[in-house]
Every structure is written in structure tokens, then in C-alpha cells.
Design a protein around this ligand. Structure first.
Ligand SMILES: [Zn+2]
Length: 415
């Protein structure tokens, strides 16, 4: 009988193992409900679908090929890793008129704009790694600056008649979870990893678990909470994620300000092979593609990039690696797959102007900057967060000067 019990144990272990393999989802994500995509049956032609996939969501065929099987009349997307678990989406006939038109707002009046101040700032800025200080100066906290920008932008946009929602109004998390709520997840994450070289001490292992726990709190859980808030409380026409960029330190033990200062704007796209290996990310990509949000994101991002160029006079940042894809002809507009721009409901753009640890920005952020104490800056610029808010306003306003007529086709993004 013992061998029967052992066999049963082995079988149940195997079943558990298979179900874990099948349900490969990102941290804290649920398995998706693929039937949510049913409303898009026969709404997209093959040409529209394929060009949007290749030109925005996944530029390398080898990245999507294992999961997406394109046919003449339909596309099959692998759901879980089990055999024959595919979602089948039928294409519209290419010779019929496709009612593939998505309505987007045409004026700032009554437009529902969500402003999402990136990170938490305040007491959390060091934990989230969005904090630096030089000597005895007051530290720079990205999460405090993004909140200041969001609150100033809200006033400007509301004066133009827009309906504005800010995801957080203080330096506090939206999520009710804290790092200690992720003990189990962090422990299982680390035990699934075979590190090379392995940990040299248990202190090193503990440190890595702590970092993982904290990240699940301040980033993953927080972004999920904000996504739920946007879905339940606001349902925006456009969400603007407000950030400031930072350059890596040459020597982290002896931080020296950098010369580089630039801007860029992100839309959702450029899913890489490793990301598409997650069931939820395949689903989320498809959902964004089929909703046609990419077209509006590109339009908004281009308008915003032009506004930042004009207002800040900074050069556009250029990505070098495969994790970002240049889209359109306007400098500084790129596609990247980030948690917030993937899971927030509706079109999302991500602003990354200013390098916070550059000589110019750092001095503009000093409290004594107004008194023109720094002689290396030859022009006295307005307070940085005012300038940032003005650039957003200009970007939104100029968006509607070209966005006519009231609907634009959601397929066939320009190459
Ligand atoms: Zn940021």
C-alpha cells in the first residue's frame, strides 16, 4: 500500500506542478477572463490587426510567434500553457466595411483626465528608490515632485472645463497593503530562483527577500490599487502618468550630478518575448490592441512631446535597448510595456521629462533657486513644477487642434 500512497503523492504533486506551469501570471495578477474579448469578434480585419501588432505592440515576430497564431480568417492566442488552450478571434471580412471606429474626446471641455503622480514620495521615497541627496542638501523625492505637478495641472485643466481626477492627493499609498503582507510571495519567489552565483550569506538572502516584499507593496500592489480606483471611480478618457526621469549614477557611493537633461513620452507597447510568456500580459496586450487605445495614446503622446520640446527647450531622449520602440515621427515618443500603462483602464501616456539629478534640474529644485544664487545657470527659469504643468496644459490643448473629425480609425497605425 505504501507504494500506492507514494504514487498518489507523486500524482498530486505532478498535478500541482502542472497547474502552476499552466497558470503563469505576473506577480499579484489574476488569470484573465478571455471571454472579455468576445465583443471584438469580427471587428478587426487581418491587416489592421497584424499591422497594429507589428508596428506598436510587438515589433519582433520571434517574440509573439510562440503565442499568437495568425491565420487568414482568424487569429489564435495561446491562453494557458496546457495543450490546445487557445482563444480564437475571428477577423472581419476584408472586403466589408469595418465599423472599427473608436470615439475619442474632441475637446478639453468635459474631457475626463486622470492625473497619476508617479510613486509615493514622503516617508516612502527611500524604500522605493526615488530619493537622492547631495551632501547636506534637502533630498529630492520624485514622488513629492510628481504630486506637486499633478495638483498644479489639475487647477489648469479644470479652468479649461476638463473633469480631473488625481489618483493620490497626499504622499501616502492608495493600496491598503504594506510590505509585511507579502512575506509568502517574496519567500516563494526567491525559492523559485536558482541564483548564479548563489547567496554567500543568509543576510544577503534576507536582504533580497525584503527588497522583493517592498517592491510588491510600493509598486505592484500600489499600481493595482490605482487601476481599480480609476476603473471604479472615474473611467478616464485619458490617464497621464507624471514622472521625472533620472540618470544612473556613475559612482553610487559618491553621487555627482550629470549634464544630461531631456524628455520623452511613452505609450503602451513593445511587449518582449519574456513578457508575452505570461498569460495575463498576453491578454492585457490584446485587450489594449482590440480597444484601439494605441491610436489615441500616440496622438496624445505626440502632442505632449511637442509641447515639452517647446516649453522646456530640452532635447528628446533616445532609447538604445530592445525594451522600447520608437513610434511615429515626433521625437521623444516611444512605446514601452510598463505595469501602469498596461493595466490602467483606457488610453494612458507616461511623461518622463527632466533628469532630476542633472545640474540644471537639481539647481532649479533648490529652495534658494529663486534668488539666482547659482551662477552656472544663465537664465532664470520658472519653478520647475509650474513649467511642467504648463507643458501638460499646452500638450492637451494642442491635441485637439488636429484631432478632427470626431472619430479616428483605430487600426493601421502609421509606420
Ligand atoms: Zn518615476
Amino acid at each position: 500500500m505504501v507504494w500506492v500512497l507514494n504514487l498518489l503523492k507523486l500524482i498530486s504533486f505532478f498535478c500541482l506542478f502542472v497547474s502552476l506551469v499552466q497558470a503563469k501570471v505576473s506577480s499579484l495578477a489574476d488569470r484573465p477572463d478571455w471571454s472579455e474579448l468576445n465583443e471584438f469578434q469580427k471587428k478587426w480585419t487581418k491587416e489592421q490587426f497584424e499591422s497594429t501588432l507589428r508596428n506598436l505592440y510587438c515589433p519582433r515576430e520571434s517574440w509573439w510567434k510562440p503565442w499568437i497564431d495568425l491565420d487568414e480568417n482568424h487569429v489564435r492566442i495561446k491562453k494557458a500553457n496546457e495543450k490546445d488552450a487557445w482563444y480564437k478571434l475571428n477577423f472581419a471580412d476584408s472586403d466589408t466595411e469595418v465599423p472599427n471606429e473608436v470615439s475619442f474626446p474632441t475637446s478639453l471641455k468635459k474631457m475626463k483626465i486622470a492625473l497619476d503622480p508617479g510613486h509615493l514620495g514622503g516617508a516612502f521615497s527611500e524604500m522605493e528608490g526615488r530619493h537622492f541627496s547631495i551632501g547636506n542638501d534637502k533630498p529630492v523625492k520624485e514622488g513629492d515632485l510628481t504630486l506637486e505637478v499633478a495638483l498644479k495641472t489639475k487647477v489648469l485643466l479644470e479652468a479649461e472645463g476638463a473633469e480631473v481626477f488625481v489618483t493620490r492627493n497626499v504622499g501616502e499609498p492608495v493600496t491598503e497593503k504594506r510590505e509585511w503582507d507579502f512575506m509568502v510571495e517574496a519567500e516563494s519567489w526567491i525559492s523559485q530562483r536558482s541564483l548564479n552565483p548563489p547567496f554567500t550569506s543568509s543576510a544577503e538572502r534576507e536582504k533580497m527577500i525584503r527588497k522583493r516584499r517592498e517592491m510588491l507593496f510600493y509598486r505592484v500592489s500600489e499600481i493595482y490599487a490605482r487601476s481599480t480606483l480609476l476603473q471604479e471611480r472615474f473611467q478616464p478618457d485619458l490617464t497621464i502618468c507624471i514622472h521625472l526621469n533620472a540618470a544612473p549614477w556613475r559612482d553610487p557611493d559618491n553621487p555627482q550630478l550629470v549634464e544630461r537633461n531631456d524628455y520623452h513620452v511613452l505609450v503602451n507597447g513593445c511587449y518582449m518575448g519574456g513578457e508575452l510568456a505570461y498569460e495575463n500580459q498576453r491578454f492585457e496586450m490584446l485587450k489594449r490592441l482590440l480597444n484601439g487605445w494605441g491610436k489615441f495614446e500616440q496622438k496624445s503622446a505626440e502632442s505632449m512631446a511637442l509641447a515639452f520640446s517647446e516649453v522646456t527647450k530640452l532635447p528628446a531622449f533616445v532609447y538604445k535597448g530592445p525594451n522600447a520602440l520608437k513610434i511615429g515621427k515626433v521625437d521623444g515618443v516611444w512605446a514601452r510595456n510598463l505595469l501602469a500603462n498596461r493595466i490602467y483602464p483606457g488610453p494612458v501616456i507616461f511623461l518622463e521629462p527632466y533628469v532630476a539629478n542633472s545640474v540644471e534640474v537639481y539647481h532649479r529644485l533648490r529652495p534658494e533657486y529663486d534668488k539666482e544664487t547659482n551662477k552656472s545657470i544663465n537664465r532664470l527659469l520658472p519653478p520647475l513644477t509650474d513649467e511642467y504643468a504648463q507643458a501638460i496644459l499646452l500638450g492637451i490643448k494642442s491635441m485637439f487642434q488636429e484631432l478632427q473629425p470626431s472619430t479616428i480609425s483605430s487600426g493601421n497605425l502609421p509606420p
